[in-house]
Design a protein around this ligand. Structure first.
Ligand code: AMP
Length: 181
């Protein structure tokens, strides 16, 4: 049963307005289903968009942020729970423990790192939670085609490639995570 979804996403807003509007739509959709959002705890970019939208729909938002980023004043202090960890590693461990599913929106290095870590942990059987990529505006098309090339080149097992669920819309994402009603 999914009670909390970890959302990995950009500290930037990106060029196309769809990135932010989809993040907001996701935040509202999770709140409407009484599902908590666990995220990087920041008040910037798409992270802020998801958190604000969930909060304004009376949703639960749990932020997990390392001390170093609190010092840089990017922490969101208006969320339901803000956990401050001593390191980035402790932060990711806590997000991993609290989440029942992982969802990545468009982002940069931070988002990729988080997504690939949970995928790797799944292949190593360290967890068995669903992982979904929300491919807003085809942002990840080239990455997905590269992953297919990795299978062709014998670097990635087809069964591991299939661990990454992909959705083009919030509605499709909810369906694939079996959260649609
Ligand atoms: P990026 O995709 O490189 O913008 O990084 C975003 C992801 O990395 C988020 O899911 C966060 O967990 C983490 N992250 C990166 N930058 C920040 C920041 N300024 N504040 C909090 N978390 C961040």
């Amino acid at each position: 049963m999914i009670r909390n979804v970890a959302v990995f996403c950009a500290s930037a807003n990106g060029l196309h307005p769809a990135y932010r509007t989809t993040a907001e739509q996701l935040g509202r959709a999770l709140a409407a289903r009484n599902i908590g959002v666990i995220y990087g705890g920041a008040n910037v970019g798409l992270m802020q968009a998801v958190a604000e939208a969930a909060l304004s729909a009376q949703g639960k938002v749990i932020g997990v942020i390392p001390e170093v980023l609190v010092d840089l004043e990017v922490a969101h202090h208006g969320i339901t729970e803000l956990h401050i960890t001593s390191t980035m590693h402790a932060r990711k461990a806590l997000i991993g423990e609290r989440a029942d599913a992982f969802l990545a929106l468009p982002g940069g290095f931070g988002t990729f790192e988080e997504l690939f870590e949970v995928l790797t942990w799944h292949t190593l059987k360290l967890h068995a939670k669903p992982i979904l990529l929300l491919n807003t505006n085809g942002f990840y098309d080239k990455l997905l085609s590269f992953l297919d090339d990795c299978v062709t080149e014998g670097m990635l097992k087809p069964k591991n490639r299939e661990l990454l669920l992909v959705a083009d819309t919030v509605e499709d994402a909810l369906k694939k995570l079996k959260l649609d009603d």
